[in-house]
Design a protein around this ligand. Structure first.
Ligand code: NAD
Ligand code: UGA
Length: 458
């Protein structure tokens, strides 16, 4: 039985290893992390992350061939294959602060592997990394005093949160990059063999290490670029009376463009898009390509503009003052289907609202604990799992995460309990706006003109 050890039991490491363990019963899969509380939670039915379908997969394989440990160093040498899926956040200090990837966790892991290994291993880059990181990894591993043969393979992850299990079970592609040497190609085949248990061979694509590393950053940059493109058009729609949903539909039906990731909203969030594009831009700058860097950076700048624009539109609609007004914030997760609030547009929007001295009541079906933590230093913030409670007495509702639950609410009841005039700012064009205006709401949409209530209902 071969042993796979995955270092990093987060949003990527946990689900990815659970699915590998499910499909590859002849491998022993061990997930390790320095965060002992996280590892303890993986051993219960209250997993440390919320992801639809994940618990079922974990329960089916935990204790069979999937195991979780917090003694990272003791586990390393048991591995034939090590996946490294530690976090690679944006650097907050020194050279490249706010842009470059902070590789300290990555390098610490590389040094641990070098120090603790006494037998040959394949080390797989699962984290998203700057192109040519494998070079540094190889340098650290090959400097090991233990005289061990290491082969570095890149296998970036493309799953999206909220659909991680589906994305892992039926990936559009699995990408594996390795050196062209005989040992590099042998390592590549070992990794192909794992995925071939359930992924059609034609969907497993192989390449060199640098192309694999760069393809991951590029994929995220392209996805985010589409969102910024449609959000840019949404601003023009609001000025011209066009409707961005109609524009998106017409554009997306061109098969060369396609319909996905053309939804206008309050801007993209999540732990990766911003960090990966800024990292890509930094790499371009580093390699003497300032024009290319500026091109990609604009995708992030437009995203910041979209969040500010949302708050400005609230301010403009509500007579240019939000001070002391109660605003019900519907949704705090960075997107529906997850409890993750990392780099959520909700946080940026709440901060801007707080600067305006608004009083916030935040509600979210899954992310309320994280919201509480993120806003713990903010003044005038209340939290409730109940959207009716959040809206009671509020001057406005700001729908910031498009949870489908919010479509099902009784808005007549909500309207009755709000201060008047009652405003609703739908950051995702999620609700039935005509019906809301008929009830009496002043409805503000993204990328379409506002809808006023008929005169008799105000
Ligand atoms: P995460 O923060 O949820 O998990 C990373 C884990 O690594 C943490 O639990 C941390 O404690 C652990 N860790 C850090 N240093 C360690 C060490 N030296 N030894 C053992 N454990 C250590 O991060 P994530 O969201 O799973 O992302 C991991 C990587 O995957 C990042 O590079 C990210 O860009 C990439 N990625 C993330 C997603 C996603 O949807 N979240 C998707 C694709 C790729
Ligand atoms: C994204 C990519 O989709 C994954 O392929 C990638 O593996 C992952 O980043 C990563 O590297 O971490 P994720 O951030 O989990 O996945 O979620 P997405 O569904 O891509 O949504 C990201 C953000 O874009 C969300 O805030 C979402 O609301 C927003 N979005 C998405 C839009 O604003 N409009 C859209 O049309 C689609």
């Amino acid at each position: 039985m071969k042993t796979i050890v995955c270092i990093g039991a987060g949003y990527v490491g946990g689900p990815t290893m659970a699915v590998i363990a499910k499909h590859c019963p002849e491998y022993r899969v061990e997930v390790v992390d320095v965060n002992a509380a996280r590892i303890a939670a993986w051993q219960t039915d209250s997993l440390p992350i919320y992801e639809p379908g994940l618990l079922d997969v974990v329960k089916a394989v935990r204790g069979r061939n999937l195991f979780f440990y917090d003694d990272v160093e003791d586990r390393i040498d048991r591995a034939d294959i090590i996946f490294v899926s530690v976090n690679t956040p944006t650097k907050g200090f020194g050279e490249g602060a706010g842009q470059a990837a902070d590789l300290q966790y990555w390098e610490r892991t590389a040094r641990q592997i070098a120090r603790c290994s006494t037998k040959a291993k394949i080390v797989v880059e699962k984290s998203t990394l700057p192109v040519r990181t494998a070079e540094a990894l190889e340098a650290i591993l090959h400097a090991s005093e233990n005289d061990v043969a290491f082969e570095v393979v890149s296998n970036p992850e493309f799953l999206a949160e909220g659909t991680a299990i589906r994305d892992l079970e039926e990936p559009d592609r699995v990408l594996i990059g390795a050196r062209a040497t005989p040992s590099g190609q042998a390592a590549l085949e070992e990794i192909v063999k794992i995925y071939a248990h359930w992924v059609p061979r034609e969907n497993i694509i192989t390449t060199d290490v640098w192309s694999s590393e760069l393809a991951k950053l590029t994929a995220n940059a392209f996805l985010a670029q589409r969102i910024s493109s449609v959000n840019a058009i949404s601003a023009l729609c609001e000025r011209t009376g066009a409707n961005v949903a109609h524009v998106s539909r017409a554009v997306g039906m061109d098969r060369r463009i396609g319909p996905k990731f053309l939804r206008a909203g309050v801007g993209f969030g999540g732990s990766c898009f911003r960090k990966d594009i800024l990292n890509l831009a930094y790499l371009c700058e580093y390699h003497g390509l300032p024009e290319v860097a500026a091109y990609w950076r604009q995708v992030v700048e437009l995203n910041e503009f979209q969040k500010r624009r949302f708050v400005r539109s609230m301010l403009g609609a509500m007579f240019n003052t939000l001070a002391g007004k109660r605003i019900a914030v519907f949704g705090f997760a960075f997107k529906p289907g997850t409890s993750d609030t990392r780099d959520s547009p909700a946080m940026a929007i709440c901060e801007l609202l707080i600067e305006e001295h608004a009083q916030l009541v935040v509600t979210d079906p899954r992310a309320l604990d994280n919201a509480r933590e993120d806003l713990k230093d903010a003044p005038d913030c209340a939290f409730t799992p109940d959207p009716y409670e959040a809206a009671r007495g509020a001057d406005a509702i700001a729908l910031i995460t498009g949870w489908p639950e919010y479509r099902e609410l009784d808005y007549e009841r909500i309207f009755r309990q709000m201060a008047k005039p009652a405003f609703l700012f739908d950051g995702w064009n999620e609700l039935d706006h005509e019906a809301l205006a008929r009830i009496g709401f002043h409805v503000y949409r993204v990328g379409a003109p506002p809808l006023e209530p008929p005169p008799e209902s105000t």
